[in-house]
Design a protein around this ligand. Sequence first.
Ligand SMILES: [Zn+2]
Length: 375
Amino acid sequence: MAPAAALTGRPAWPQARNAPPGGAPESGQDLPPRLLLKDYRPRSIYKIPQSDIRKARFPIIDAHCHGPRPLDGLPEWVKLMDAVGVEKTIIFTGANSAAKFSEIRKAYAKFPGRFDLWCSLDLSGAGGAFEASAVKALKECREAGALGVGEVIDKGWGFRSFRPQGGGAARTPGPHADDPRMDPIWDQCAQLGMPVNLHVSDPIWSYQPMDETNDGLMNAYRWRIDDRQPGILGHDALIETLERAAQKHRRTLFVASHLANLDYDLTRLGQLFDRNPNLYADVSARFGEIAPVPKFVNRFLRKYPGRVVYGTDMTYSQRMFSNTFRILESEDEHFYDTYQYHWPLYGCGLPDSVLKKVYADNMREVLKRALRGAG
Ligand SMILES: [Zn+2]
């Protein structure tokens, strides 16, 4: 699995097995009754416009990326960034100490102006008393060049100290975003002019029963969380922790990862935006989730043009970028890409004014606002 995907726990876009018949599941008349959902690979045969957008209509800031693994893949990434129109990428280094951060920074320093590096939080303080050590590590990371914090992840069992090199996280329940122990940390982020990318929950279907009524089953089963309840916070409760943190820390700028996992309920995301002027959201790794409802997404983003930022959270490839451009820019209908879900995808046909903001202007605003609010 691609490193970026490994970090987020969600597949960038699972490799479609839409290989020629040789690679497809066995065929033949009696196949349908035994065809498994996970092997379903429909191909659209509609004779309708098909866009192949190689470069974004406006310059891009990718606000959600974990970078290549290993780092010697960087030159190729930069070449691709030039080809598809990515001006700058925000890298979640996963480093929660100045030493680790500085080590990773060496590789990116070869490409000045193309990458902003963000650090993670050190929440490993003894016995849960992590506030002081976390604030100290944050200040040191800022001095070492970190421009933001993220991605900080809570899918129900709280934040954890994060070890970047594929070690995964220590399996002890950690604090949620509204935990009072997080207060000095969120305040320190504001003080240092560092926005925070905060991942709460996951796609709603992962929390629902894994049965024939689950619309998102094809992907949700891979990332199921339903079987971890009751010991963890559920989807709704997690969204509330995000709002409480944003309300309590008005000087801190929060970017909710993945549309706050409210891709299926954008009205609620809009209400969060209305109540919390310091809250934004990135659309990363949720293109498959917005593409079935293009008209509603179009209206939503025209109502909130200044609050959503472009992000990938996927391994860089021309195909990945083109698919995101097709979903944001085109009015294409009924197409498939990498079969993350069983449903077909549609283009949202966003107007230039909204595209320009989502692609880069909004994230520029977040970075400027954070620095203005510093000190
Ligand atoms: Zn991520």
